[in-house]
Design a binder for this molecule. Structure first.
Ligand code: NOJ
Length: 570
């Protein structure tokens, strides 16, 4: 194109844009993974087709039409690779296989094909910071100090005072090598040594194996820990004499070099999306991690889900009550920082409590709260991630004793609280609040035994609300949380403003309501959510002249009722 043609083209574009300002931002310019939500599945708890008490791949295949009804573009599966399941699959013993607990490679191929037939892609979880201690790489590495894989993991003669994320020392003594190895998570999850190029190559090859199978992308686990500091030093100890490994190793300078290599060797040139899990990357650092200059398409940073913790180490019994203004600030900061890139909107996943219990005061109506969270999930700018059960309004569970908990981090957090002087009852209260088992109770399909999840003994007890909160019952109720999710998903999908409009927050210091706008050209949506259990007057007549297009109450008022969430169009 010569200069004259270029100028002519630009003038024409400007003219079209003046007539229709939405043209420049047209949703056609968005990628497939920006247009539709992602549905996250925890396969162990989804649907059991064999009666063994744990979910499987065939269960997911059976429910693809249900998933499709939520209008999703991709399914993210938490790890399904061979694993001793110490951390429910995040301890991988073979990066290119399928755990027999979940099925076979043929089942996986069928899942990819059946999902594709419904225009849904399958996204895999890459767990590259650590492997299982049963992985052949580790077995070799620990066997002697001079075997070919001797430095595939992090070995030291001396240990530091670092505490692993699941509790206890982050160092484990190995008799065979007469050395300690580092484990950021459980002792059965030794950290891989990314400084070794052979390790990186082996991991990249594994990811490429799944790309050849046709997967639609990757969620990359615990990625902030792959780079270790040059010197291993003791940190400032807590009361129990240890200090969180997170505070000593997360986001170490130089990490982005490794990640750019991962991008070059695996991601580049494929029509996939990538989302990194990056606890403690700050909103102002996001441009180096996502978008044009970054590594990933999106980043799960934890700012809005970890506001109850004072630093990134998530000590449950030191959590503080949530301030709405802080929650809103975290979301707004991330929205602003990803204005030129993209954001994964999420309130739940397999590690977090159910959001209706997490973000609302005690006594809140759970159905209103679930719909309020859905309103935010589908109206911020970014790709909504829906976690299984969230679309039904799942709530936290409660077990009587710490021994009833399966989640390894619950036991670590409980022990840490006890070591800090809390009684059994006091420590258990924090487990009820934050246990990852809250998110892992089985999916509730119907009112039959075990909510239709299994014909056998469920590996984790089904929530006792399953008679009213399940797919079959909610399908039939036009007003259910499930049908609200479907409506919100369709609304977002059909609205250029919600897909790509600009985000602006109103009243950031208000501790009762969350109000923001999405604007595209001349079109504007106003979203308002009341986080209290009482009526709240609006600070201004913001809805005047606007039309209500969605809400969790059927009628309209000029104030917000308890837990009310509305969307107005100007
Ligand atoms: C983050 C995962 O989401 C969590 O479930 C897991 O335990 C840790 N990373 C360790 O892989």
């Amino acid at each position: 194109m010569n200069r004259r043609e270029f100028v002519k083209g630009s003038v024409a574009l400007m003219a079209v844009a003046m007539i229709n300002p939405n043209f420049i931002f047209a949703a056609e310019n968005l990628k497939w993974w920006q247009k539709k939500p992602v549905y996250q599945i925890y396969p162990k708890s989804f649907l059991d087709t064999t009666g063994k008490g744990t979910g499987d791949l065939r269960g997911i295949i059976r429910k693809l039409d249900y998933i499709k009804s939520l209008n999703v573009g991709a399914i993210w599966l938490t790890p399904i690779y061979p694993s001793p399941m110490i951390d429910n699959g995040y301890d991988i013993s073979d990066y290119t296989g399928i755990n027999p607990l979940f099925g076979t490679m043929e089942d996986f191929d069928e899942l990819i094909a059946e999902a594709k037939a419904r225009d849904i892609k399958i996204v895999m979880d890459l767990v590259f910071n650590h492997s299982s201690d049963k992985h052949s790489w580790f077995i070799e590495s620990k066997s002697s100090r001079d075997n070919p894989k001797a430095d595939w993991y992090i070995w030291r003669d001396e240990k530091t005072n670092w505490r692993s994320i699941f509790g206890g020392s982050a160092w484990q003594w190995c008799e065979e090598r007469q050395q300690y190895y580092l484990h950021t998570f459980a002792k059965e999850q030794p950290d891989l040594n990314w400084e070794n190029p052979d390790v990186r190559r082996a991991l990249f090859d594994a990811a490429n194996f799944w790309l050849k199978k046709g997967v639609g992308g990757f969620r990359i686990d615990a990625i902030v820990y792959i780079k270790k500091p040059e010197k291993f030093l003791d940190g400032t100890p807590d009361a129990d004499g240890t200090c969180s490994v997170h505070n000593m190793t997360a986001n170490t300078p130089g990490i982005l070099d490794f990640l750019h290599e991962l991008k070059r060797e695996v991601f580049d040139g494929h029509d996939i999306f990538t989302v990194g899990e990056a606890n403690s990357v700050k909103p102002e650092e996001l441009p180096a991690w996502v978008g044009e200059r970054g590594v990933f398409n999106m980043l799960f940073e934890f700012s809005h889900v970890n506001i109850m913790f004072t630093n990134g180490d998530d000590v449950w019994h030191r959590s503080k009550p949530i301030k709405l203004s802080e929650f809103k600030k975290a979301l707004s900061d991330s929205q602003r920082a990803t204005r030129g890139s993209w954001y994964p909107i999420y309130f739940e996943n397999h590690d977090k409590p159910r959001s209706v219990d997490n973000f609302f005061p005690h006594g809140t109506d759970k159905i209103l709260a679930a719909k309020a969270m859905a309103t935010i999930l589908f109206t911020l700018r970014g790709t909504p991630f829906v976690y299984q059960g969230e679309e039904l309004g799942f709530t936290n569970t409660k077990f009587d004793s710490i021994d009833d908990y399966d989640d390894i981090s619950s036991r670590g957090a409980y022990n840490l609280a006890r070591a800090d002087g809390l009684s059994d009852k006091e420590a258990l209260k924090f487990v009820w609040k934050f246990s990852r088992d809250n998110a892992r109770t089985p999916m509730q399909w119907n009112t039959s035994i075990n909510a239709g999840f299994t014909g056998g003994k469920a590996w984790l007890p089904v929530h006792d609300d399953f008679k009213t909160c399940n797919v079959e019952v909610e399908e039939r109720d036009a007003d259910s949380v499930l049908n609200f999710y479907r409506k919100m998903s369709r609304l977002r999908n059909s609205s250029e403003v919600l897909l790509n409009g600009d985000y602006e927050e109103l009243y950031p210091n208000n501790e009762e309501i969350f109000v923001y706008t999405r604007t595209l050209g001349l079109k504007k949506f106003i979203i308002a959510v009341n986080f209290t259990t009482h009526d709240v007057k609006l600070p201004a007549k913001i809805f005047d002249g606007a039309k209500k297009i969605s809400g969790n109450y059927s009628d309209e008022k000029n104030y917000l009722r308890a837990t009310e969430a509305v969307i107005y169009e100007l």
